[in-house]
Design a protein around this ligand. Structure first.
Ligand code: TRP
Length: 329
């Protein structure tokens, strides 16, 4: 077991799709075997855009269920809801005292959000990076698996950690590094040939999708008229289908269709039928677990309580140090 601490936060924005699974989730599953891990649902962060109260709790519950169904293990990792760990708010307050208006205003995602919601440029939005820094620093995490879009927030976190250490002449906070997923991470494309699979792109297959919906989505996938020259390069839309095939199907199936393609004998209808069935075979056990766990309210309550307890133990240890360092005695 590696001594370093890994932490990641997930904004509760909807159901998990295949892209999430083969991206972040597969890495989380590996990381929880190797490191002390904290995985949490960032529900406070979602308030920066003012979701409706009903959506907030429902989205948190949904994500928690799906994470457990994918195999995140409460025995191995602390899995918790951000708003259950009040220590984070106190650290957020302290960090805000040393965060400057100018630097917060220069953050690209703040500027973007301000443009998107001009009537709601709230202080929570402005201090999004200090809350994220508090999430990370409260556990003195070393590695944070995040996408490229979070790089600036990570730089801010490192800056706040350094600044705290400098101002108070301490080495309390390690500077957390962004953990970029290794090369073998599969980037699952969307089925419409428009690049990455994503919720906002509307091209996603969700883990919770019913088999008939998966079939419909896959059969609708964009293809072309087929190769005419043996062993030719695949155009993007076709390569995309093969990428998903490689992720969910057996090597034999992949090779079979790849050979057909190279021999100019491919029938996309057959490929799609097989792909749909293999996706269904892959997602069905997860979907069943999602339904089982969802139905078990007591289990959910217990998981959330246990996660919160583990997280608070670590958080309060840090906060105790922080208070002492700042001068609360
Ligand atoms: N900002 C992250 C996102 O939008 C979510 C997040 C909040 C987070 N706090 C975090 C990620 C701490 C990593 C660590 O995806």
């Amino acid at each position: 077991m590696n001594k370093e601490i890994v932490l990641s936060g997930i904004r509760p924005t909807g159901n998990l799709h295949l892209g999430n699974y083969f991206g972040a989730m597969k890495n989380f599953l590996r990381l929880q075997e190797e490191y002390k891990c904290f995985f949490f649902i960032a529900d406070w962060h979602s308030l920066t855009t003012h979701p409706r109260p009903g959506d907030l709790s429902e989205n948190v519950r949904k994500i928690l269920v799906e994470y457990l169904a994918c195999g995140l293990d409460t025995e191995k990792a602390a899995i918790y809801v951000q708003s259950d760990v009040k220590e984070v708010i106190e650290l957020y307050l302290y960090l805000n005292m040393n965060a400057y208006l100018g630097e917060l205003q220069r953050v690209t995602s703040f500027k973007e959000k301000a443009r998107q919601q001009p009537d709601n440029i709230n202080a929570g939005l402005l201090t999004y990076p200090t809350l994220m820094a508090a999430d990370i620093l409260i556990h003195r995490a070393n590695k944070v698996p995040v996408g490229k879009d979070q790089e600036q927030n990570m730089e801010m976190t490192r800056k706040f950690a350094r600044r705290f250490n400098t101002i108070y002449e301490t080495d309390l906070f390690p500077e957390p590094e962004s953990y970029t997923f290794p090369g073998e991470t599969v980037k699952v494309p969307g089925l419409d040939g428009s690049g990455k699979m994503g919720k906002s792109e509307g091209n996603a297959i969700y883990l919770i999708d019913e088999p008939q919906d998966i079939r419909k989505k896959v059969m609708k996938a964009v293809t072309d008229s087929g190769p005419t020259v043996p062993n030719s390069d695949k155009p993007e839309v076709i390569e995309n289908l093969f990428t998903i095939l490689r992720a969910v199907s057996s090597q034999d199936t992949y090779t079979y269709f790849n050979d057909k393609y190279n021999a100019c004998e491919i029938r996309y209808g057959d490929l799609k039928k097989q792909l749909a069935e293999d996706i269904i075979a892959f997602t069905s056990p997860i979907r069943e677990k999602i339904l089982d766990i969802s139905a078990n309210k007591d289990y959910m309550t217990k998981v959330a309580a246990e996660g919160a307890e583990k997280a608070r133990e670590s958080a309060s240890a840090t906060l105790k140090e922080v208070r002492k360092i700042i001068g609360f005695r």
